[in-house]
Design a protein around this ligand. Structure first.
Ligand code: AMP
Length: 249
């Protein structure tokens, strides 16, 4: 079974994000970019399925500017077999990405697509669901455990008050949650090996996908600054302030 893993290049999760002075978006110039953390978990899960003899090939896909090829090389260093770059300078939005992925699924015929549950830049949490709808495939989102047996994938999800287990018929879409696995450390020999793995580039036009953004960002602004704290002299004063000033109790 082939597994397709879409990976997005985002601002590294350790970077303190700064809003551009004109409020049109966040600063990405001279900012460290990395693979979306949930996508790293997705690649790791696919590699574990290959190591377990369930998957035969892992194809990593990224849609965006030329630099997303670095993210694809990371996926190849973790253990993906080959990569596809869908080249566009347009802002990537979930519907356009889902349409491009649908075109690639039609071509590649994977048994499983494993995506991140959300990209940490737009926090959209939409692409996997949209792809499942476009393909008419079953989906299990926010997976914390994945097991493939025969024609079925069993997915455990953490939900309010406990765990839910779903059994889906393959082919299917799975999106990863944080506790699914801990991605392996990428070693230097694997980074070197990844440089030799195949990476193909295609255009949205060649896939027949209209990639024009459907959403317009009106304004991006910093969250309100936190005010300075106040020190109180006693518990009684604290309770009095919580009651009469903050009206919290
Ligand atoms: P989102 O719906 O934007 O929160 O993204 C959910 C998941 O869709 C991500 O974790 C990725 O697996 C995938 N995805 C989103 N945008 C892209 C992109 N430009 N290239 C590849 N995969 C993407």
């Amino acid at each position: 079974m082939k597994i397709l893993v879409p990976v997005k290049r985002v601002v590294d999760y350790n970077v303190k994000v700064r809003v551009k002075s004109d409020g049109t978006g966040v600063e990405t110039t001279n900012v460290k970019m990395s693979m979306n953390p949930f996508d790293e978990i997705a690649v790791e899960e696919a590699v574990r399925l290959k190591e377990a003899g369930v998957a035969t090939e892992i194809v990593a896909v990224s849609i965006g500017v030329t630099q997303v090829q670095e993210t694809l090389r990371t996926a190849l260093a973790i253990g993906a077999d080959r990569a596809i770059h869908v080249q566009t300078d347009l802002e990537t939005q979930p519907l356009g990405v889902a349409k491009a992925l649908k075109a690639l699924v039609d071509k590649e015929q994977p048994g499983l697509v494993i995506l991140g549950k959300q990209a940490i830049d737009d926090d959209a949490n939409q692409t996997g669901q949209m792809l499942a709808a476009l393909l008419g495939w079953s989906q299990a989102t926010f997976a914390s455990k994945v097991k493939v047996e025969g024609e079925t994938v069993t997915v455990t999800r953490e939900i309010d008050g406990g765990l839910e287990t779903l059994a889906l018929k393959l082919p299917a879409i799975v999106t990863t949650d944080l506790r699914l696995n801990e991605p392996r450390y990428v070693t230097l020999p694997n980074i070197m090996k990844a440089k030799k793995k195949p990476l193909d580039t295609v255009t949205p036009d060649a896939l027949g996908v209209d990639f024009a953004p459907r959403l317009k960002t009106l304004k991006v602004s910093e969250p309100a600054k936190r005010g300075a704290g106040k020190q109180v002299g006693s518990v009684a004063e604290l309770v009095e302030k919580l009651k009469n000033e903050a009206k919290a109790i």
